[in-house]
Design a protein around this ligand. Structure first.
Ligand SMILES: [Zn+2]
Length: 318
């Protein structure tokens, strides 16, 4: 009986995988279409203070803060980087609560919101910011008539938690490898696709800190979504390794457990690149049917499509 069930599941998967809408079917099937219930508040350690019953604040260094949403199911972290002339808010969570109050409690500088990518749990959605900067890629720029960009379902995925597609009014375009000046601080925009084609990380040129969005964080890395690409992921790992320094502290956008902000090291990016090479060569072991789960190290693992569906070409012309 077990073999019959397995055979039916495999046959269904084969049929389904041939459908170009497989991502949409998967996400709509697996998600509730509603915001998830809040998690209980946990002990976040001595470094973290609670701003209210939802947001946390953790100083990572001078004028650099992790703003946590540890009670949200995806345990998002956004980052406030403050310079002498302006500040950057890298990600804004799903917007179920308004992050602007937390930000304004930490700086009086004008704040530019920079999404690490366009998924709904980073764009803040109904929360709007005075200044918005996004990655400058030809296919995005082409769509943003008069610098107004309405996201697509595949870019945003908000229907999974009942979040409507937002429209972003863009004030600043961030070319890959360009420098954002905050006055006395400079951030390099690193193009780190793979999770999505629109993913960037920010490298603080002064402290060496890397803010990595969903490219890398402790936990499951999603490389099987719409706009995901294994070839792009490899490019992102190489790009980070070429630009970050050995001692770089890496802060991701999610964690799986308390306490505090999710932090990794450059060795984790090296492990990720080594895993990608093994996956591409067909020598990596994995669990599960879909997605396939490849262990990278004891802290992170990569969720990818089965080998025959993996895309290894670089999908975006920079
Ligand atoms: Zn994402």
């Amino acid at each position: 009986m077990r073999y019959v069930v397995t055979l039916i599941i495999v046959l269904c998967l084969v049929c389904w995988a041939g459908v170009s809408q497989r991502h949409r079917i998967l996400i709509e099937f697996l998600s509730s279409g509603e915001p998830p219930p809040l998690l209980d508040a946990a002990d976040e350690g001595a470094e973290t203070t609670w701003y209210d019953d939802y947001f946390t604040i953790e100083a990572l260094g001078p004028r650099t803060y992790a703003i946590g949403e540890p009670r949200y199911a995806q345990q998002n972290y956004s980052y406030l980087i403050i310079g002498s002339e302006r500040a950057v808010l890298f990600d804004a969570g799903p917007g179920f609560r308004d992050i602007r109050g937390v930000v304004e409690s930490l700086t009086e500088q004008p704040v530019t919101f920079v999404p690490s990518h366009f998924h709904y749990d980073h764009t803040g959605n109904t929360v709007t910011f005075e200044r918005v900067a996004v990655v400058d890629l030809p296919y995005i720029r082409e769509r943003a008539r008069s610098n107004v960009l309405t996201l697509t379902w595949a870019e945003h995925l908000g229907s999974s938690e009942g979040v409507a597609l937002p429209t972003l009014k863009i004030d600043e375009w961030l070319a890959p490898d360009s420098i954002m000046s905050l006055g006395d601080r400079r951030l390099r925009v690193l193009y780190t696709p793979g999770h999505t084609t629109d993913s960037i990380s920010l490298l603080d040129m002064g402290t060496g800190m890397l803010f990595s969005g969903d490219f890398i964080y402790p936990g499951p890395l999603y490389a099987f979504l719409p706009n995901s690409s294994m070839g792009d992921y490899m490019y992102a790992a190489e790009n980070v390794l070429a630009n970050a320094s050995e001692g770089s502290r890496i802060f991701g956008a999610h964690r799986v457990a308390p306490p505090g902000a999710p932090e990794l090291a450059l060795s984790d990016v090296k492990d990720l690149k080594a895993s990608l090479e093994q996956i591409q060569a067909g020598t990596a072991s994995a669990d599960g049917l879909y997605p396939r789960e490849y262990m990278v190290n004891e802290q992170l693992w990569l969720l990818a499509e089965p080998a025959w569906l993996q895309e290894w070409a670089l999908t975006v012309n920079r």
